[in-house]
Ligand binder design. Structure first.
Ligand code: ZN
Length: 218
């Protein structure tokens, strides 16, 4: 089982499901040739795909195009279903930064066939996670900057306020589709600038004021 700890707290969460949102920044949707969605695009990653800062991302042998996607991650602390805005706000209890590592060559083939993205998104080590901070101690303004560097070169850098759907809107919408439970995580989508990584690359992800994360690709 994968666990999440919140800084300055003894409470530990066992991760349930990871709900991911695709195409939540206009420039990223366009860079991959996708339309701007009218509702969030939602998919799932298993908890088994999680690794932590300092650990290694293992490049699967069946892909030759693994991409980085840096994302704000929400930690859910309460069971909710069909949440309104107030319930959604209460259900979010922590923030972190994560990488939604994606096998783009595989995903493109799956998209062509209208197959699910599972093979492209759910492999072991595909969800590196930072530590989390408590929402009690931090007010998210969405003016925070999210960024990702590969070997010290900045590849993705954007403000969170360019999200098409806000964290609250995402939690509300997802809870209309499935029950969210304590320990669930929500990956809120990646800004533009996604690109290939190769073995030996050092990835560094950061959201100002919230969290940072380092991983090496092997
Ligand atoms: Zn993503």
């Amino acid at each position: 089982m994968k666990k999440i700890k919140i800084a300055n707290s003894n409470k530990e969460f066992t991760v349930g499901k990871i709900v991911c949102v695709g195409r939540n920044y206009e420039a990223h949707a366009k860079e991959l040739g996708n339309e701007i969605p009218t509702k969030p695009v939602v998919f799932i990653k298993p908890a088994s795909s999680i690794i932590y800062s300092g650990e290694q991302i293992i490049y699967p042998e069946y892909s030759s195009e693994m991409h980085h996607e840096v994302e704000l991650v929400l930690l859910i602390g309460k069971k909710i279903k069909n949440a309104d805005e107030v319930q959604a706000e209460k259900a979010i209890i922590g923030y972190g930064v994560g990488l939604d590592m994606t096998l783009r060559d595989i995903q493109n083939k799956l998209k062509e066939k209208s197959h699910p993205w599972t093979i492209a998104k759910c492999f072991d080590t595909s969800a590196p996670l930072s530590g989390f901070i408590s929402k009690k101690n931090y007010k998210l303004t969405l003016n925070e900057e999210i960024s990702l560097s590969v070997n010290d070169i900045v590849k993705q850098k954007e403000h969170l306020n360019l999200m098409l759907f806000s964290p609250l809107q995402l939690v509300q919408y997802i809870s209309s589709l499935m029950t969210l439970e304590e320990g669930d995580l929500i990956f809120t989508g990646t800004p533009s600038g996604v690109g290939k990584v190769k073995k030996g690359d050092k990835l560094y992800a950061k959201i100002t004021g919230i969290a940072e994360l380092s991983c090496t690709v092997i």
